[in-house]
Design a protein around this ligand. Structure first.
Ligand code: SF4
Length: 234
């Protein structure tokens, strides 16, 4: 499993895939990457130290993902991240967290000396599809409510049952409300959720040009960030 990469093209940054305790939610129907979670805290700390040591500070920006939420990383790992931030003069951090942690973001921010961009997996703004099909456990009244907590969101595109109308609306909301967006194109994995190849092709033809925007990343393949064997997000 590759746990370190450097993203050079857009918003250049180093990226780490660290290990944490099990995702507190753990129920998303499309997610099979929580198998990377581990209850062995000492082993997580040991592994994370090895990965964190690889940071060079080349782009002064560092993104940490962990197949769950940043609040689930070991305390000692968070201290190790702050230490590397200082040592390598990192100027900005990116972390991911499930929406249910929205009230813990500010306390988390205080642990670090540099600004943090928090990312959360919304997947779609269609409430039924998000919570009944994808079982995401993310509830809010309006996109502005999400944007008041998170600058960056992930959308999931290309699942059987998803419609073009849903995707049009999701993209519109993303562009209007959020500073950063990451669009994950779904690929079949070990869950019963299945990709819709025609929908993915339609998305590619209709929205592929979004990649030209500085603030939007599209992961056509789940290893496009260079870490992990699957798309990872909280
Ligand atoms: S998608 Fe994220 S929040 Fe959902 S089960 Fe997987 S790691 Fe947990």
């Amino acid at each position: 499993m590759e746990r370190y990469s450097v993203i050079e093209m857009k918003n250049p940054r180093e990226m780490l895939l660290l290990k944490s305790r099990p995702c507190h939610w753990g129920l998303c129907s499309f997610c099979d990457y929580i198998s990377d979670n581990d209850v062995n805290v000492q082993e997580n700390i040991r592994m994370n130290k090895k990965v964190i040591k690889r940071v060079t500070g080349i782009h002064r920006q560092l993104e940490i993902i962990n197949s769950g939420s940043c609040m689930e990383l070991p305390n000692e790992t968070l201290s190790d991240i702050q230490a590397i931030v200082t040592e390598k003069a990192i100027e900005k951090l990116y972390f991911e967290a499930h929406y249910q942690y929205k009230h813990e973001l500010e306390a988390f921010r205080k642990r670090f000396t540099v600004p943090i961009v928090f990312k959360t997996g919304i997947e779609t703004f269609d409430d039924d599809f998000r919570n009944k099909v994808l079982k995401k456990g993310v509830y809010f009244n309006a996109p502005s409510e999400v944007a008041s907590h998170f600058e960056s969101i992930c959308l999931l595109v290309g699942i059987q049952g998803q419609t073009k109308a849903m995707i049009h609306r999701d993209i519109e909301i993303l562009l209007k409300n959020f500073k950063y967006g990451c669009i994950n194109i779904f690929q079949n994995n070990s869950t019963p959720i299945k990709a819709d190849k025609d929908l993915i092709e339609w998305f590619h033809n209709t929205y592929g040009a979004l990649e030209k925007l500085a603030n939007i990343e599209i992961l056509w393949h789940n290893t496009d960030f260079g870490v992990g064997g699957n798309s990872h997000e909280a």
